[in-house]
Write a protein that binds this ligand. Structure first.
Ligand code: SF4
Length: 296
């Protein structure tokens, strides 16, 4: 039987987490009678051709990436994507959490290389609105983003740890439910694209347009590195790109529902609502300095 999607674990009427109620949210009983809509069943990672080998960060490769990155510094996102496709397809992938940047890149990919394997790290704790957006993207662009799941379902994972780890050890939770899944994907790829922008956070300010991602052993391409938040939303408005409705409800950055809250009007940091009240600011996918779960 197909795995039951863990989105059903979120109470249907649960309000998104806020600073006040995040620690009090309780999971509803797992209902094994619910069937996953087939279009959201994970399709699985593509199999590489015989002889596929992962890239090694040789001095020559690193020099090449540095030169490419400098050459693409003033290129448009579409030009950067086209370069990445030309250089790395079919071993080019994209990870998206369906943020506004990811949706914009998906709209570009639909015109440049819609066959690109794109996946979402389906932790089992995502908002229903996020998963609905996955379907809206599929309808508009024909790109079926794969929902890659960790080995353990949410009930299995929480049973193993005596409850949800996002309350007590979010670094471990992100590591188990995001990083390990991305590592699995990285084993059959040479390069991945992400929607990070340099102006999102001090950590992201260091992002190259093209660089070597030590954590995952992949070339990392950031087509929107030089775009601003305004650039992203202008494109969304101009092209009526689907986006997460939670952005209209005070959520500038959206991750898993237990670790995301709406931000107040005066909060300038667009990631202030992520892991609110904790030192944690990144899930670890895009942090540069941490090599293990410490910065996750
Ligand atoms: Fe777990 Fe929260 Fe990280 Fe999601 S964001 S994987 S719920 S700690």
């Amino acid at each position: 039987m197909a795995a039951i999607p863990s989105r059903f674990d979120r109470p249907v009427d649960a309000a998104p987490a806020t600073g006040d109620n995040a620690s009090q949210l309780k999971l509803v009983m797992f209902d094994s009678t619910l069937e996953a809509p087939s279009r959201r069943s994970p399709s699985g990672l593509p199999k590489p051709a015989p002889g596929f080998r992962r890239l090694e960060p040789t001095a020559a490769l690193l020099d090449d990436l540095k030169a490419a990155s400098e050459g693409l510094e003033s290129a448009s996102p579409e030009e950067i994507i086209a370069w990445a496709v030309d250089r790395y397809a079919p071993y080019l992938t994209m990870a998206t959490a369906f943020g506004p940047e990811g949706c914009v890149i998906l709209s570009m990919l639909a015109k440049i290389a819609p066959e690109t394997y794109v996946f979402n790290l389906e932790t089992g704790y995502q908002f229903e609105e996020t998963l609905d957006l996955r379907d809206r993207i599929a309808e508009k662009y024909g790109i079926e983003v794969d929902l890659l799941q960790p080995e353990l379902s949410v009930p299995e994972y929480e049973a193993l740890h005596g409850g949800p780890l996002y309350r007590t050890n979010p670094n471990q939770c992100c590591f188990d439910r995001k990083i390990t899944t991305l590592r699995r994907a990285s084993e059959v790829m040479h390069a991945w694209m992400s929607g990070i922008r340099r102006d999102q956070s001090p950590d992201r300010a260091q992002a190259a347009v093209v660089g070597w991602d030590k954590k995952f052993g992949l070339v990392k391409i950031s087509p929107l590195a030089n775009w601003t938040k305004q650039d992203v939303w202008k494109r969304i408005a101009d092209e009526e790109i689907p986006y997460n409705p939670l952005h209209d409800q005070g959520y500038p950055s959206i991750g898993c529902w237990p670790c995301t809250r709406a931000v107040a009007d005066g909060e300038s940091d667009e990631r202030a609502g992520r892991w609110s009240g904790m030192k944690k600011t990144e899930c670890g996918l895009h942090s540069i300095n941490e090599q293990d779960g410490s910065g996750i």
